[in-house]
Design a protein around this ligand. Structure first.
Ligand code: BJW
Length: 260
């Protein structure tokens, strides 16, 4: 395992004019939010994506799907950003230009201080109706009560058109939000350094983003404890976790300490 942070990673980050930070579920793992594909702890080790993360699944059993997302929303609401999220917010403050592009549906980047975060796969906090995509309100998560992960919960009805309300996330087979994808592709095509953190790099079209940056000559730096298909795209692969490696990267680039 190559966990040492190469010196040039900090130098490249410090010297970059345009940085893109591209994140996946691994950035939130040390906040207690499960990833999808990790062998024992990932969501897909315990839940079948075909029954929970497709429009067909919602159509077939809206209560099951809504209940599962309510369980996840409650879990994320109680989670706190970790040192990896905080390091990314510092990178955004220090670099002349820095765009954060995430596949995550949580709000931990924002709560760590990052701004204008591009969410490629939507948000747990932006439900909408199935008929006309009217935005919908949801009940706040109260106290420490966690809904049972398997308990069906009937979704609310849209206040405007009475259609069912669905989670505001992008399921398999659905198009990504066009403005978000366009902004992410443009940022990747114009950056000097792209830092990819905590993604398995297997879900498309999001997984193309690091390759777009590499093709225009940007240096891709990957932070992940495990190998991924992005290893061959990245010029620098740092094997380690986000909450360990990213503060070290910020210290190396700007001698700034990230609160751990
Ligand atoms: C750590 C760590 C620590 C752990 N620190 N790291 C081309 C080829 C093949 C297939 C396709 C293709 N193009 C499209 C497809 C189909 C499909 C797809 O890609 N399938 C593949 C899985 C085969 N794509 C789609 O369906 C997309 N839509 C689409 O293409 O539409 C076309 C269309 C166009 C026009 C009209 C209509 C349609 C949509 C994809 C939506 C993905 N949705 C999900 C669920 C979101 C909602 C929810 O949260 O429930 O998004 S799936 C899930 O995967 C989620 C994630 O954002 C996404 C990526 O996962 P991520 O973030 O990489 O997590 P993991 O778990 O995979 O990896 C975690 C990593 O962290 C690991 O590497 C760990 O090692 C690491 N790690 N701890 C740092 N502490």
């Amino acid at each position: 395992m190559d966990s040492a942070l190469p010196r040039e990673a900090g130098q490249l980050l410090r010297d970059a004019r345009r940085v893109v930070v591209f994140t996946g579920a691994g950035i939130s793992a040390e906040s207690g939010v499960p990833t999808f594909r990790d062998d024992l702890t990932g969501l897909w080790a315990r839940f079948d994506p075909q029954r929970l993360a497709t429009a067909e699944a919602f159509h077939a059993d809206p209560d099951l799907v809504w209940g599962w997302y309510e369980w996840r929303r409650a879990r994320v609401s109680r989670a706190e950003p970790n040192a990896g999220h905080r390091a990314i917010s510092i990178i955004q403050n220090r670099a002349p230009e820095c765009t954060v592009v995430t596949q995550n549906v949580d709000d931990l980047h924002e709560r760590a201080g990052s701004h204008k975060v591009i969410h490629l796969h939507g948000s747990l906090f932006a439900p909408r109706c199935v008929a006309a995509a009217h935005p919908a309100a949801f009940a706040p998560v109260s106290g420490n009560a966690t809904p049972d992960e398997g308990r069906p919960v009937p979704p609310p009805r849209c206040a405007s058109c009475a259609a069912l309300v669905r989670p505001g996330v992008v399921w398999f087979g659905e198009a990504l939000p066009e403005a978000a994808l366009t902004a992410a592709v443009e940022a990747a095509a114009e950056c000097d350094v792209l830092l990819t953190v905590g993604t398995s790099g297997v879900v498309y079209p999001a997984a193309e983003i690091p390759g777009i940056a590499a093709r225009v000559g940007a240096t891709v730096i990957q932070v992940n404890p495990e190998p991924t298909p992005l290893d061959r795209v990245a010029a620098i692969n740092v094997r380690g976790t986000a909450a360990h490696v990213l503060p070290a990267l910020v210290a190396s680039a700007w001698q700034e300490t990230v609160e751990t």
